[in-house]
Write a protein of this length. Structure first.
Length: 208
């Protein structure tokens, strides 16, 4: 009859306990963010999803790595798009995007922007006033707002449908989405050890 002697059983229990503790303590890697890739002012892709854009005036680069973007930072020289401060714009995706991130870069103070979808302020946006669909940036022409707005979605088309009290000049923006979290290498190693130990233990029991 197959059996495990008491000492072997105790060792097996101890190893299983350590493995469980290790798996519980092992963190998941922080989810990264993928920024939009602009082909020109009217089209691009976001995580493989094609989009069209209306209302842009030119492409630029923006520093989206500072404290206004903590936890969701992109590059310090991230591709972005300029648009006129008082104009409406619209982006349309080939397929719905969930948890769409709108990166604001140097949005001038004063205007109230009205969106066609509700949003939450994710980072930055110090001293702004907002409702579920409107954002008022503080200050005047020489004051800038930076941060991220999140649109839970799924979003097929997002637009600014109205701007009041525009102060002129250009604002910059881009879009992003989060990548799924993946296990840390230590987690994968512990899982591998657990599987290997379980296989060897079954072999030992079968051969007793």
């Amino acid at each position: 009859m197959s059996r495990i002697i008491p000492r072997a059983a105790a060792l097996a229990a101890a190893r299983a306990s350590l493995l469980s503790a290790g798996l519980a303590a092992a963190p998941a890697a922080q989810a990264g963010v993928i920024g939009a890739s602009w082909s020109n002012t009217s089209s691009g892709t976001l995580n493989g999803v094609a989009f069209s854009f209306t209302g842009g005036t030119g492409l630029t680069s923006a520093n989206l790595s500072g404290s206004n973007y903590t936890g969701y930072a992109l590059a310090s020289s991230q591709q972005a798009l300029y648009y006129a401060d008082g104009s409406n714009w619209s982006i349309t995706f080939a397929s719905p995007v969930t948890d769409l991130l709108l990166y604001e870069a140097s949005w001038r103070g004063g205007p109230t922007f009205t969106f066609n979808h509700a949003f939450t302020i994710l980072t930055g946006n110090s001293s702004v006033s907002s409702t579920s669909t409107t954002l008022t940036t503080p200050g005047s022409f020489a004051t800038y707002t930076n941060g991220i707005l999140q649109f839970t979605g799924p979003i097929t088309s997002l637009s600014i449908t109205g701007v009041s009290n525009a102060t002129g000049g250009l604002d910059a923006l881009t879009f992003g989405v989060q990548q799924a979290s993946v296990p840390e290498p230590s987690t994968l190693l512990l899982m591998g050890i657990g599987l290997a130990y379980g296989f060897r233990r079954r072999q030992a029991v079968a051969g007793t």
